[in-house]
Ligand binder design. Structure first.
Ligand code: ZN
Length: 569
């Protein structure tokens, strides 16, 4: 800060400054021509961003018209999501089992970049305009403060405080004041900005490639508080992972009272040496997620807290796999896992059953109406109406959504199972490659590793899943309920490669490897990872190496891409 003010003052002794809070949101540029908003875009550090005019128009505090005698105006602003709006959105997303935003800034950016401007509109975003970038109009703007007041007159939401400061002392005092008040504000700020006020001086000072020379940002350190660790609670996640949570005497940190923070795993606890009764330091990472920074003092002697070796939910033994930090309960009918499993099954990442979120599932579990994902398909209207706060209308909507999900593609069902190491993308690849649940049930780990992107660990995880008796039971019940078990992608009608095993090697020029593989599979063939006597064809692109050698030695026919295409025709 001192370097900055000195540099400016040595060039312009009469210069003065303004200090503003730096809003933690997404920077945008708004351009007006002859009084009309013609373009809105995201702005990074001087980079040209993507155009998002339609989305920006949904923000009510952005004027779409200004006086016509302003022939051109470009302003910069920060689009943000008010903290309360963010917290409400978080609750809603959790309820629906959707992926949640990490903090208000991510939420603002994610909402603004929606393809559908209607969604942006529902997110209640707001803007603070903080700079005039270009201006051609009737009034002569001499200072930054003057331009901000002028923008406010034109109807813009301008930066909430813009305080003129003559000296570095005054700047520092204002920075401190903003820092003290930051958590009382209804939105997040990530610092303060000190700007040269005189616009003429600004133009002469100019910019470097990325930053203006007439301004400097100040970042506040995260606020930290000390408190006492009262307890460590052990929760059980969907995949059976035992997660330790610190419960401490509630403290006000970064604008809200917190009393809990995750301790991640045993390694984290050991590294910090955490014991119940300790005095610990708490802060919020990115001002949002509570975290334990360190231990100040121990109250008792002894070893760090140990995660128990029995699952707190089902009492079963837990295991820690080599190379993994997580301790896990492997009992598939563990009740704590059941709710998580059901939430995932119904979520957007799974079967996408609208209206079947955490709160309804909790009730269904309590009433023992659902104890397994297959039970969802046996629910009746009477069952649903018997639930608290469930009206006739929502009950029939929910039944419709459940019935609709029966038609889902195999990839969604696979993803809904939440097989370890198989996310929604991998589920899609599996569904496309194997085409049906039956094919997958019979697949060997070797056949799965032949699929692009599948390693040994994920392949073994899939075969283990299908080998379990609970899985067999679940599948037979889902089948009986009429749940679709085939992939729409794969319709094997032309089976000219039936029984043939291909190996692909080298760089293909006409297809991606996965495309060639899909072509082979769609025609009934199989792909393997390595050449053996059982290989029928080697499809070789450019720079084929050892596999080509081996094929030649074994007398396996080698196909060029052209020859492969001939076979397909
Ligand atoms: Zn358990």
């Amino acid at each position: 800060l001192e370097d900055f003010t000195e540099r400016v003052l040595s060039a312009y002794p009469s210069a003065s400054f303004v200090v503003e809070p730096k809003i933690d949101g997404l920077s945008v540029s708004l351009e007006y021509r002859n009084g009309r908003l013609i373009r809105g875009s995201t702005r990074g550090n001087g980079d040209v961003g993507e155009e998002i005019t339609e989305n920006l128009k949904t923000i009510r505090s952005i004027p779409q018209r200004i006086p016509e005698n302003i022939s051109f105006l470009e302003v910069r602003g920060e689009v943000y999501m008010p903290r309360q709006v963010f917290l409400n959105l978080l609750k809603e997303q959790e309820l629906k089992g959707e992926k949640t935003f990490k903090n208000p800034r991510n939420a603002a950016a994610g909402s603004l970049r929606q393809k559908d401007a209607k969604i942006t509109e529902q997110r209640n975003l707001d803007i603070f305009v903080f700079n005039v970038q270009q201006y051609d109009g009737p009034e002569e703007l001499v200072s930054h403060k003057h331009s901000i007041d002028y923008l406010a007159q034109l109807g813009f939401h301008t930066i909430p405080s813009c305080v003129p400061c003559k000296t570095i002392k005054e700047c520092e005092a204002e920075i401190q004041k903003i820092g003290e008040e930051r958590y009382a504000l209804p939105f997040d700020i990530d610092g303060a900005v000190i700007k040269t006020d005189n616009l003429q001086f600004r133009r002469s000072l100019g910019s470097t490639a990325k930053f203006p020379r007439w301004a400097i940002a100040y970042k506040y350190p995260p606020e930290e508080r000390q408190t006492k660790l009262l307890d460590v609670e052990i929760g059980v996640g969907r995949t059976g992972v035992l997660t330790p949570t610190a419960v401490f005497e509630p403290v006000l940190v970064a604008g809200s009272v917190i009393g809990r923070a995750t301790l991640h795993n045993q390694d984290f606890i050991n590294e910090k040496g955490i014991r119940i009764g300790d005095t610990i330091t708490i802060r919020k990472a990115g001002d949002v997620i509570p975290e334990v920074v360190n231990v100040i003092s121990h109250e008792t002697e002894g070893e760090p807290f140990r995660i128990p070796d029995r699952c707190p939910s089902c009492g079963g033994p837990v295991t820690r796999e080599p190379g993994e930090a997580a301790v896990r309960c492997n009992n598939p009918s563990c009740p704590a896992q059941l709710l998580r499993i059901l939430i995932h099954f119904c979520s957007k990442a799974g079967m996408d059953i609208d209206g079947l979120g955490e709160s309804v599932l909790e009730l269904l579990l309590e009433q023992k109406l659902v104890q397994n994902p297959a039970d969802i398909y046996n629910l009746t209207k009477e069952d649903l109406i018997s639930l608290d706060r469930m009206g006739e209308k929502s009950a029939s909507n929910l039944l419709t959504a459940i019935a609709k999900s029966k038609q889902n593609d195999l990839s969604m069902l696979l993803s809904a199972f939440g097989i370890r190491h198989v996310g929604d993308k991998a589920a899609k690849v599996l569904a496309d490659s194997f085409g049906s649940m039956e094919a997958l049930e019979q697949a060997t780990a070797e056949e799965i590793t032949a699929v692009d992107g599948f390693g040994e660990i994920s392949a073994r995880s899939v075969t283990e899943f299908f080998r379990r008796p609970e899985t067999k039971e679940l599948l037979s019940r889902l089948r009986a309920a009429g749940v679709n078990m085939t992939s729409k992608k794969k319709a094997p009608s032309d089976l000219r490669f039936a029984g043939k095993t291909f190996v692909i090697t080298g760089t293909l020029s006409r297809y991606k490897r996965t495309e060639a593989q899909a072509l082979i599979e769609r025609h009934g063939g199989k792909c393997a990872g390595s050449v053996s006597r059982k290989t029928d064809y080697l499809l070789a692109g450019d720079a084929a190496g050892s596999k080509l050698e081996k094929a030649k030695t074994l007398g396996v026919p080698v196909l060029s891409e052209e020859e492969f295409e001939m076979l397909l025709k």
